[in-house]
Design a binder for this molecule. Sequence first.
Ligand SMILES: Cc1ncc(C[n+]2csc(CCOP(=O)(O)OP(=O)(O)O)c2C)c(N)n1
Ligand SMILES: [Mg+2]
Length: 372
Amino acid sequence: MDLSHRSITQLGHYRDMDITGVPADTLTALYRQMLRLRRTEEALHREYHPADEMRCPIHFCIGQESIPAALSQLVQPDDYLFSHHRSHGYYFAKGSPLRELFAEIYGKATGADSGKAGSQDISHSGTHFYSGAILAGAITIAVGAAFGFKFKRTKQIAIAGFGEGATDEGAFWEAMNYAGKQKLPVLFVCENNRYATFSDQLKRQAQDNICERVRPFGVRATRIFGNDTVLAWRTLGAEIKRLRAGDGPALVEAYTYRWNSHVGPEDDGVNAYRSAEEMKFWKDNCPIVLLEEKLRAAGHLTDALKARCESEIAAEIAANFKYAKDSPFPTDTNWRRMNWDDSSPLADKLLGVASGGENFDQNQAEARLGPY
Ligand SMILES: Cc1ncc(C[n+]2csc(CCOP(=O)(O)OP(=O)(O)O)c2C)c(N)n1
Ligand SMILES: [Mg+2]
């Protein structure tokens, strides 16, 4: 299939999804996860204004549910996932608690980062999820984590989720170089939605050929129609299996589309950076609808099952809003305590020092490290 920004709208309605051999419970789980993420994002989008209680920018991922749903069925609890500013789908993919996402966006003490990070820099260390708003920055950190896994000979993998905009940055290419050279267990997931803010990839780069450009660095690369959730699940699953067997790194580039504005619920259509034809193509190829068509044809989804999913999801969302709204605002103003994480016993052992908060001695730590 010819996948390029110039020609993709010629595909018409996508009919190539192949569910052969995929267990029915996996198919319904993929569907349910997409629906859950869509409804969550829609609810946050609706609630943002006029209530104005979420006092942080949010980059919504409506239309881009396929990759998070696929990853949610493939990552293990001890894998690490690093995401960019459009973080909710990846937070969700890692199984991080949604009520702590809601509370975080509301700036509450019960949020994943005690209400200090907001949406675009949210992390949840308990589930090894970290996001950051400097685009390719998170990719380099994922490479560092993957180096650690290789060094410790664990079966863990690191995943970096980002947009095609991150590939404008030098840090992305440094990450490819090092991961490829060291054969690291890292999966690069590029959701190519064509635009970085209002800027078309074809105005920023000579071609939309990220896969071809990363291969010479020693990074295996596959381009897929990202709204085919089953294809995404198969492709990501096959790569993750190879990574755990020591055959890394890999990149999967998924062509997909954000329906909403770059940021926030306000409509950015006034900037006239996207065509109506393109928008129509992607809405006609909504990832949830594409899977729903297949599930219904195969008898895996009925109206009753869908209604049950919808009501369970609605109840979960209502409970998350209540949790966030009822929670207190943070009162702790000790920035050192907020930013310190005593979560590296291995580093403590290597350094031979207690790295704990106030007692940390930088000079002692450096003296112990010795020559590099
Ligand atoms: C280093 C850096 N440069 C620029 C920005 C401003 N910025 C925020 S989001 C964004 C576009 C990102 O596009 P892409 O990576 O394709 O992800 P998408 O928003 O499409 O999901 C830009 C340029 C930033 N946050 N960090
Ligand atoms: Mg983009």
